[in-house]
Ligand binder design. Structure first.
Ligand SMILES: [Zn+2]
Ligand SMILES: [Zn+2]
Ligand SMILES: [Zn+2]
Ligand SMILES: [Zn+2]
Length: 157
């Protein structure tokens, strides 16, 4: 049977094409260029969402999220914390507020903290990652958490 490759439009023998669920047939050439098969669930996915785990296998993001996360700082994938090593969630200050994000052990070394001089609570921020945001620089410089910083700016008007 001949089938049409959805990606390049060429007619190919179905033995030389791969059927992608909810998408259609993709020829061998196009499949290699833009698709991959998840090593866990066996489904075909667009390469854009491929996550390479430490043992070199490629997983879809659903399967990858069951065993670990990408570090928001270095973008590398790490397994969830186990026996003291791995990635874990950290509450840090972002330009928009306080978020719980996954940061690997190595990048977590660059987490700094300060006490908000208004509410007297301790806040953590990543020394390098988000310091390109001027608003975040201001918060750290003034030692104000996102809430107190917002209140201060509102009262100025
Ligand atoms: Zn093709
Ligand atoms: Zn999968
Ligand atoms: Zn990292
Ligand atoms: Zn505060």
């Amino acid at each position: 049977m001949m089938v049409k490759c959805v990606d390049c439009g060429r007619e190919v023998n179905c033995n030389d094409a791969k059927y992608v669920e909810d998408y259609g047939y993709v020829c061998k050439h196009c499949f290699e260029a833009g698709w991959f098969v998840c090593a866990d669930c066996g489904e075909a996915y667009n390469k854009d969402i491929a996550v390479q785990i430490p043992d070199g296998r490629l997983l879809c993001d659903d399967c990858a999220h069951k065993i670990g996360r990408k570090c928001v700082v270095c973008r590398e994938f790490f397994y969830f914390k186990k026996d003291g090593v791995g990635i874990q969630q950290h509450e840090i200050i972002y330009p928009g507020g306080i978020y719980s994000v996954y940061i690997c052990d190595e990048c977590a070394k660059q987490i700094e903290s300060f006490w908000c001089r208004q509410c007297r609570r301790k806040y953590r921020y990543h020394e390098k990652k988000f310091m390109t945001f001027e608003v975040l620089q201001n918060m750290v410089e003034l030692r104000l958490c996102p809430d107190c910083y917002r209140r201060r700016n509102e009262s100025k008007h």
